[in-house]
Design a protein around this ligand. Structure first.
Ligand code: RB5
Length: 152
């Protein structure tokens, strides 16, 4: 599995903790930035990670910002992305099993590093259940396909 990582300045420290964890676990990953605590705009990094996942270059993405909300909203604008904002392990598992989420988002100002790593571990390990959930996810894709998307 290859994981794409990204954050703005608000999620920079949490992203570093997650990267360290993935490295320790031997999980291949690439950090799309930001690379320091200077102020940046979260949509720029959400887009990089979302496009890397949507293209198939990376299997999953993890995005952090102050709340985890801005990167989630931005990532979900990229066709093919199902980003889930999770601050508990129950939601993290359900986002994989029910929604086939391909990006996890979290907020550094909301969740501590210990819980964040449990969420990451749960989310990476959980699989999509398929069945009735596949029908529902297909309906999400159909909504997306019904709108014309133009690449800038
Ligand atoms: C940056 O101050 C903050 O707005 C950002 O990290 C994020 O929380 C946005 O949703």
């Amino acid at each position: 599995m290859r994981v794409a990582l990204g954050s703005d300045h608000g999620g920079f420290h949490l992203k570093a903790v997650i990267k360290e964890y993935l490295d320790r676990q031997g999980i291949a990953n690439y950090d799309f930035g930001t690379y320091d605590a200077g102020a940046v705009d979260y949509p720029d990094f959400a887009r990089k990670v979302a496009e890397a996942v949507a293209s198939g270059e990376y299997d999953r993405g993890i995005l952090c910002c102050g709340t985890g909300i801005g990167v989630c909203i931005a990532a979900n604008k990229v066709p093919g992305i199902r980003a889930a904002h999770c601050h508990d392990t129950f939601s993290a598992r359900a986002s994989r099993e029910h929604n086939d989420a391909n990006i996890l988002t979290m907020g550094e100002r909301v969740v501590g590093p210990g819980l964040a790593l449990e969420i990451v571990a749960t989310w990476l390990e959980a699989g999509f259940s398929g069945g009735r959930h596949a029908r529902r996810v297909a309906k999400i894709s159909a909504i997306e396909a019904s709108y014309s998307c133009r690449k800038e």
